[in-house]
Structure formats: structure tokens, C-alpha cells
Design a protein around this ligand. Structure first.
Ligand code: ZN
Length: 139
């Protein structure tokens, strides 16, 4: 799966708030998350203020990339054209080891084997350029 993003794949819009996360993914295949030094909570998606205590002094760090599937869906139809050849696409809520949760894609040759509670990890850094956002695979 290593390689460039397929042509026409939707790309995220970079903003000053999400740029550290998008650049960590694009350049290192790493998952960058924010942590609030005031309340110690880990935050995803990227924000300007902590949603728990409203502190505006959030720090970025590199997450392990490990997590577990909370819930998921397999999308077979109605996908944007660039994704249709890859159907079914698995989209999951993933509880990250660091404590936050995120919605992300899980890539696997066996979409039918994805289960709630399953351990997942980020795809290898060499595969990251193929995916516009942090993407996981079975651990
Ligand atoms: Zn906080």
C-alpha cells in the first residue's frame, strides 16, 4: 500500500490549529495530539482551547498510535469516487491509548474481521503519504 495518495482523494484543509497534526502525519507518519497542561486531558480533534477547562495553553506531543476499536462501520456504497475501488471502507471510533478518541479509517484486506475491542495501530510511516489523515490497521 506504500505510495502516493490516489488522484482525486479529498484532502484536509490545513488551518493554523490543525497544521501540527497534519504535518506530523504527512511528514513523519506520526499521530500528533494535544494535551492540556492545566487539566492533563488529551484532546482530539485539534483545538484552540481545552474543551474540558478552557485553557488556551495546549501542548502537542507524539502519540503511540495504538488504540482499540470502540465501534465501526463498513461503508460499501455512496463513497466518493476515489474511494469506490477500495470499498468496503472501514470507519471506526478508536479509543487511543493516550485517552482521547478519534474517528479514523482502518485499512485491512479483511474488512469483515474488524470487531469492537480489536487492537489497532497506525499504518507504517511509509504508507502514511497514501492517506490524507491518520489511518489505522489491525495491530
Ligand atoms: Zn484542560
Amino acid at each position: 500500500m506504500t505510495g502516493e495518495s490516489p488522484p482525486g482523494l479529498p484532502q484536509p484543509r490545513e488551518t493554523p490549529t490543525n497544521a501540527p497534526m497534519l504535518r506530523a502525519w504527512r511528514e513523519e507518519g506520526a499521530l500528533a495530539l494535544q494535551r492540556c497542561p492545566a487539566c492533563a486531558k488529551v484532546i482530539y480533534y485539534p483545538r484552540v482551547v481545552c474543551p474540558h477547562c478552557w485553557s488556551d495553553r495546549l501542548n502537542w506531543f507524539r502519540a503511540s498510535g495504538a488504540g482499540r476499536v470502540v465501534s465501526f462501520t463498513r461503508v460499501h456504497r455512496g463513497l466518493p469516487a476515489p474511494f469506490q475501488a477500495e470499498a468496503p471502507i472501514v470507519l471506526a471510533e478508536i479509543a487511543l491509548a493516550e485517552g482521547a478518541s478519534m474517528i479514523a479509517r482502518i485499512v485491512t484486506p479483511d474488512a469483515g474481521a474488524v470487531r469492537s475491542g480489536m487492537a489497532v495501530r497506525l499504518v507504517p510511516p511509509g504508507d502514511a503519504p497514501r492517506f490524507p489523515l491518520p489511518t489505522f490497521m489491525p495491530a
